[in-house]
Write a protein that binds this ligand. Structure first.
Ligand SMILES: C[S@@+](CC[C@H](N)C(=O)[O-])C[C@H]1O[C@@H](n2cnc3c(N)ncnc32)[C@H](O)[C@@H]1O
Length: 427
């Protein structure tokens, strides 16, 4: 038996494309399981694997990437609570809102769904969240509902004080939130995946498809299509958005939320039009853009004889709208155009952390990992504690096998977080 045979088994069983988690990861996991199960060589371990469901689960646990945190790519949750707001609840009397988090890992994502809707005033006694993952280990942590600092990233941590209680050094969610989520162990590739479940109003399938090869991605998208209600919203990860467009979904037009629908786009939709309420404000890491009032207050130049450079304020507004456009294009999965718009902006604003971060995301979505890495590093040069850039960079390093480099970045993020918490306390 060769290491390739194990990679094939993992691909067939759980869809894992070994290349997606970095060179040698599967091989090392197999070696670890081989010695843990006292097997002398790969052939003996292969026989055990084929015969034992327990060992199959152990090998799966050894290769999954459970990386997740609360309010990850937070624009998705802003979009969710914008769409399914108290008005929606009032307009659909007697209806329950059904959401699915697939995969849910250790629970941060489905619990975020509950917190986001609760904060937006949605009556959460009418909310049912199903949360599925293949990893029993991750699910057991999810059911427990207590979390360490690593689950809280980013600069906006007000939700932690609102919803969690510190118990024995861990942040614990109350039963009122935990009880809204039903955790289910499942493999999205199982023939009978979620049999007989009613359709979902919102599905979060983020950061799963990136681990699959093209064929398995398409197969999974078909499963999601089957599970989503006709008007429902499907959220994917930033690097998965272009796949959704290729598979016939349409953007739901929420900036940087990577939200899609089944329905065809409205004719003549203008992606430069103002974004829906709430979501603009929720664009993560965005420097404050000029408000419409500020823009209209800018005096128009009076019939210049020669084309004159725009007044500085107007020039700023024009520039900012270029960046907003880049963001809107990215949200629509038009990453190549988004990259061009972003680079044009960076020509004159090379020290804009917002533009560099957006550019990093866009390059990442285009699979240009080294350009993405370069941009995230520049963000960190400007803002050494830019948490999202630290986390994205750590993931990129991990993907190319630099686990030590990734660890250093995560530790740095932790230090930044503690320092920020300390500053808050002393205020
Ligand atoms: C990176 S986490 C994503 C968690 C969350 N959606 C997020 O974006 O933060 C990926 C998860 O996918 C799960 N997973 C991998 N293959 C799966 C499969 N075939 N079916 C269900 N879950 C799977 C892993 O166990 C892991 O917890």
């Amino acid at each position: 038996m060769t290491p390739d045979g194990f990679q094939q088994w993992l691909k067939h069983t759980m869809g894992l494309d070994a290349a997606s988690i970095g060179p040698g990861v599967v091989e090392r996991a197999v070696q670890r399981r081989m010695s843990a199960s006292d097997r002398a060589d790969l052939t003996a371990y292969w026989h055990l694997l084929r015969a034992s469901q327990l060992e199959q689960q152990e090998l799966i646990e050894a290769v999954v990437v459970p990386e997740t945190w609360f309010f990850r790519d937070s624009q998705a949750f802003a979009a969710l609570s914008h769409h399914y707001d108290p008005l929606w609840a009032a307009g659909h009397p007697g209806e329950r809102l059904r959401a699915l988090s697939l995969p849910c890992s250790s629970g941060e994502e489905p619990y975020t769904v509950v917190m986001a809707l609760l904060d937006a005033g949605f009556p959460i006694d009418r909310l049912d969240v199903d949360a599925v993952d293949i990893s029993e280990r991750a699910l057991s942590k999810a059911r427990h509902g207590a979390y360490g600092n690593n689950s809280f990233r980013g600069r906006e941590l007000g939700f932690r004080d609102r919803h969690f209680q510190l118990e024995d050094g861990a942040w614990r969610l109350p039963a009122s939130i935990r009880s809204r989520v039903r955790f289910i162990q499942g493999n999205v590739l199982d023939i009978a995946f979620l049999p007989g479940e009613a359709l979902y109003d919102a599905i979060f399938c983020r950061n799963l498809l990136i681990y699959f090869d093209a064929q398995t991605q398409v197969r999974t998208v078909e499963i999601l299509r089957r599970l989503l209600r006709p008007q429902g919203l499907l959220f994917v990860g930033p690097s998965e958005a272009s796949l959704m467009l290729a598979e016939g979904f349409v953007s739901a037009q929420f900036p940087m939320a990577f939200a899609f629908r089944k329905a065809p786009p409205k004719p003549g939709l203008d992606i430069t039009a103002p974004a829906p309420r709430k979501t603009v404000a929720a664009i993560a890491a965005a420097r404050p853009a000029p408000s419409p009032r500020a823009l209209s207050a800018v005096p128009r130049p009076t019939a210049p004889v020669r084309p004159a450079p725009p007044p500085p304020q107007l020039a700023h507004a024009v520039d900012e709208s270029l960046l907003d456009r880049a963001q809107a294009l990215a949200d629509n999965g038009r990453f190549t155009e988004a990259a061009t718009a972003c680079e044009a902006y960076l020509q004159t604003h090379s020290a804009s952390a917002r533009a560099l971060y957006l550019s990093g995301l866009i390059h990442g979505a285009l699979g240009r990992d080294s350009a993405a890495e370069d941009h995230f590093r520049k963000v960190l040069y400007l803002e050494p504690c830019h948490e999202e850039a630290l986390m994205h960079l750590a993931l990129l390093l991990e993907t190319r096998g630099d686990a030590a480099g990734a660890r250093v970045l995560r530790l740095r993020a932790q230090r930044c977080r503690s320092a920020a918490a300390g500053r808050q306390e002393s205020q």
